[in-house]
Design a protein around this ligand. Structure first.
Ligand code: B12
Ligand code: SF4
Length: 438
């Protein structure tokens, strides 16, 4: 039997072209089982001919799709092209699949779907394949059957992630490295519970979510980074995508110290106002942090607290942002408009909060209600959800309002998204100009 394993990342009009970090962590496990691994990033709406041509070139025995909720429509389409291929085992995983495995089993043609983190389920599946055991009882996978599905709940998530190592060599080099910059993830999960975010829902697929937020020991993180730098010696800048590296003060201070001493490359980090202190900012600065990204989401305190479940008030946020900026670290903000019943005046407050902070740049996206989140339920109760087919047509959160709105609400929402984005573009131009002068 061919031992060729093909990962397919579905990313059509997703607003992002880069690596899939989840797949980077799964690839070493597949390789360990002596498979040849290939990764395809589908970024255009391929027809059957294009799809089959790409498949034939590799002759896989397993095809593993990965996608977010925004790409599920294409999972249906592409897995449909493989419906007659009983020689290929087709599986799917990722955030979009984890949040609604029942939908995926019903509406797509994949043989099995993985719920939650894939390391243990993939290991078990490949083990069962090589030892010719019954696949349909593999933990963490729902298997399609003619009438219903074989449902095997996920095993407990890996508590100690210190030995997990991503393999970025499976991706095209231009996806991994952009102008010497690389994106990395060190931890898993989050301690907060923002109503619009999928994190809580992702952790709740486990029988116990206790300990879901995990950071490897500092030594292992440095080892992981060193391994990546051996594979990609051209790296000159690291973007850490983790939400919460600074949330554990003791861990972060130790990490910053070791990172500055051993890795010593400039980097970007995500921050939350609650975790910023002068000690943290000093540690960031002294270890080479050049940029920090903070989620403001909305400038209206009431909306932020009651609808988004984010508690700090504006003055507190501004004070923390100043601490970062005064240390000479560029600050970028994330903002969202188009929450259920959000008024123009509230979006104006988001604009005004940004003006008070004067960030080096940032983005403003449209709210999208992800299944199993608290805000999805709020939208449902308030009759704000779009019909399912319309939701599936929205392939990212950058292009359009994503809940039911009347024409005037929609116009206001688009107006403010554009207003905040154009402010960000101006701020970014100023930042670039001042960087060129220094
Ligand atoms: C880092 C990150 C990014 C990075 C990198 C994304 C990437 N593809 O790796 C950047 C900033 C570029 C990004 C972009 C976007 N992101 Co993002 N991102 C995250 C974040 C913070 C962490 C994701 C991550 O790497 N986790 C760590 C890895 C190890 O976990 P994982 O990806 O889930 O993979 C594991 C399992 O899902 C599973 N698995 C994954 N694929 C497969 C396949 C098979 C076959 C199997 C068996 C298992 C399996 O095994 C993996 C290892 O355990 C999450 C929030 C979160 N905490 O999850 C949001 C999140 C995934 N992003 C989200 C979104 C919406 C986007 C964008 C669409 C935004 C946009 N442009 O509009 C794009 C789309 C990117 C894309 N096409 O993948 C949403 C997805 C919501 C949803 N329900 O689908 C999330 C959950 C945040 C949220 N708002 O709730 N993102
Ligand atoms: S938005 Fe960020 S801080 Fe809030 S729960 Fe999600 S990952 Fe955590």
């Amino acid at each position: 039997m061919q031992k060729n394993f093909l990962f397919i990342n579905i990313s059509i009009n997703s607003g992002y072209h880069g690596v899939n970090h989840g797949v980077a962590f799964l690839a070493p496990i597949v390789k360990k089982h002596s498979y040849r691994v290939k990764y395809i990033d589908i970024t255009a709406d391929w027809n059957a001919g294009q799809f089959n041509q790409a498949i034939e070139a590799f002759q896989p025995s397993v095809i593993a799709f990965s996608c977010t909720s925004h790409q599920l429509k294409y999972l249906t389409k592409f897995s449909g092209f493989l419906e007659e291929r009983s020689d290929i085992l087709t599986i799917a995983g990722g955030v979009g699949v984890t949040l609604d495995p029942e939908w995926v089993i019903k509406k797509t043609s994949v043989d099995a779907v993985c719920i939650g983190e894939g390391e243990i389920p993939i290991e078990n599946l490949l083990h069962n394949i090589s030892s010719k055991k019954e696949l349909r009882t593999t933990e963490g996978f729902y298997f399609r059957n003619e009438k219903n599905a074989f449902k095997n709940p996920p095993p407990q998530f890996i508590r100690d992630i210190s030995l997990l190592r991503p393999d970025y060599t499976i991706f095209a080099k231009k996806a991994v490295l952009k102008d010497g910059r690389i994106n990395l993830m060190l931890g898993r999960g989050c301690v907060y519970n923002c109503n619009y975010c999928s994190n809580k829902a992702l952790s709740s697929v486990y029988s116990s979510a206790k300990g879901y937020f995990r950071l490897p020991p500092v030594e292992q993180c440095i080892d992981l980074i060193k391994g990546v730098l051996e594979d990609f010696p051209e790296v000159t800048f690291i973007n850490f995508l983790d939400d919460l590296l600074i949330s554990n003060k003791i861990w972060f201070k130790q990490f910053a110290h070791e990172y500055g001493k051993i890795i010593n490359l400039p980097y970007t980090i995500c921050v939350r106002a609650e975790s910023i202190s002068s000690e943290i900012v000093d540690a960031m600065k002294n270890s080479g942090c050049k940029k920090a990204q903070i989620g403001l989401e909305s400038g209206n305190e009431e909306l932020r607290k009651t609808i988004l479940n984010r508690s700090p008030d504006n003055d507190f946020i501004i004070e923390k942002c100043r601490m970062v900026q005064n240390a000479g670290i560029e600050l970028y903000t994330f903002n969202v408009v188009g929450f259920p019943d959000e008024q123009g005046a509230e979006m104006e407050e988001t604009y005004n909060l940004n003006k008070r902070i004067a960030p080096s740049g940032g983005v403003c996206t449209f709210f999208y209600p992800y299944k199993k989140t608290a805000l999805y339920e709020i939208c449902k109760k308030r009759n704000r959800l779009l019909p399912e087919d319309d939701m599936l047509d929205i392939t990212n959160y950058l292009s359009q309002p994503s809940i039911k709105m009347n024409a005037a609400e929609k116009k206001t929402c688009i107006f403010y998204q554009e207003k905040i984005m154009s402010y960000m573009e101006k701020q970014l131009a100023l930042t670039e100009e001042s960087n060129q002068q220094t």
